[in-house]
Ligand binder design. Structure first.
Ligand SMILES: NC(=O)c1ccc[n+]([C@@H]2O[C@H](COP(=O)([O-])OP(=O)(O)OC[C@H]3O[C@@H](n4cnc5c(N)ncnc54)[C@H](OP(=O)(O)O)[C@@H]3O)[C@@H](O)[C@H]2O)c1
Length: 248
């Protein structure tokens, strides 16, 4: 299958690329990015790096250029991780953050769905967060504007899939904290994420493996929480598949 990875230079995206290069069911990995995407380290002997191609995109708001469309054509699935995270959004203009999180995603889904193969559904896996709120009337105590804005992204994706049924299938993943090498669990994070769900943390390899599995084998649920993704990952991920490094 042909998989498009967006946000491939990021923390989660790097692990998605690493596991996708090891996955035999995936024959082509297109990293759509404004920067070159490097082959991750610790790939393992079974990885096929020749499957990876970076497709350069600088303007994420306009219809994608023909050269880009040509590379994306016939994609079976996309894992979308492009966003300004809450931590990185703190010192940024909120209009700019909204443009990146909301407008780029809308434009991306529209472009990708139009280029997908017509003989089977196009699968779009969106990486969101545990505290995101879809109900735009709900008063929120902290990070209200950001959480509601990410909720609007989710609402758009869900509505888009309904409008394009059965050609587009979507899944929204809702991780809390994402632990991994260099990203240890923290006490503060455990307290915060516990407020939103029983499973505050997921390992980055589990999240990446679960999202890839949804692309390869099909979407089981529209909204997936950490425990759902850990259950999927437990079926496909072996101990040696985890990104090497400190495990908490
Ligand atoms: N990390 C966590 O603990 C955590 C927890 C829960 C949910 N999440 C969610 O998971 C997703 C991925 O998070 P992450 O930690 O992997 O984020 P990250 O490391 O900050 O990566 C963000 C990605 O988005 C791209 N991006 C950001 N601004 C862009 C722009 N203006 N134009 C083009 N590309 C842009 C970055 O590309 P460049 O390299 O080109 O900037 C990078 O590939 C996000 O939706 C996040 O909210 C993360």
């Amino acid at each position: 299958m042909k998989l498009v990875v967006v946000g491939a230079t990021g923390y989660v995206g790097t692990e998605v690329i690493r596991l996708a290069l090891r996955n035999k069911a995936i024959t082509s990995v297109i990293a759509l990015s404004r920067k070159p995407v490097n082959v991750p380290s610790h790939l393992g002997a079974d990885a096929d790096t020749s499957k990876l191609q970076t497709v350069d995109l600088q303007d994420w708001e306009k219809p994608y250029p023909d050269a880009v469309k040509g590379k994306l054509k016939g994609a079976d699935a996309c894992i979308w991780m492009l966003a300004v995270t809450p931590t990185k959004s703190k010192d940024r203009d909120f209009g700019e953050v909204t443009k990146v999180c909301l407008d780029y995603t809308k434009n991306g889904l529209e472009n990708l769905a139009a280029l997908a193969s017509t003989d089977k559904p196009f699968r779009f896996i969106y990486t969101s967060g545990v505290a995101v709120e879809r109900d735009q009337t709900k008063p929120l105590d902290v990070l209200s504007d950001y959480r509601l804005m990410r909720g609007r992204v989710e609402n758009f994706i869900i509505d888009f899939a309904k409008l394009h049924e059965p050609n587009v299938e979507v899944a929204i993943t809702r991780p809390g904290g994402i632990e991994g090498p260099g990203h240890p669990k923290t006490e503060q994070g455990s307290i915060l994420f516990s407020k939103f769900g029983a499973t505050p943390w997921i390992h980055v390899s589990e999240l990446a493996a679960a999202m890839i599995e949804l692309c390869v084998s099909g979407i089981t649920k529209e909204t997936l929480w950490s425990k759902d993704m850990q259950e999927i990952a437990s079926k496909v991920l072996k101990m040696e598949d985890y990104v090497p490094g400190e495990r908490f």
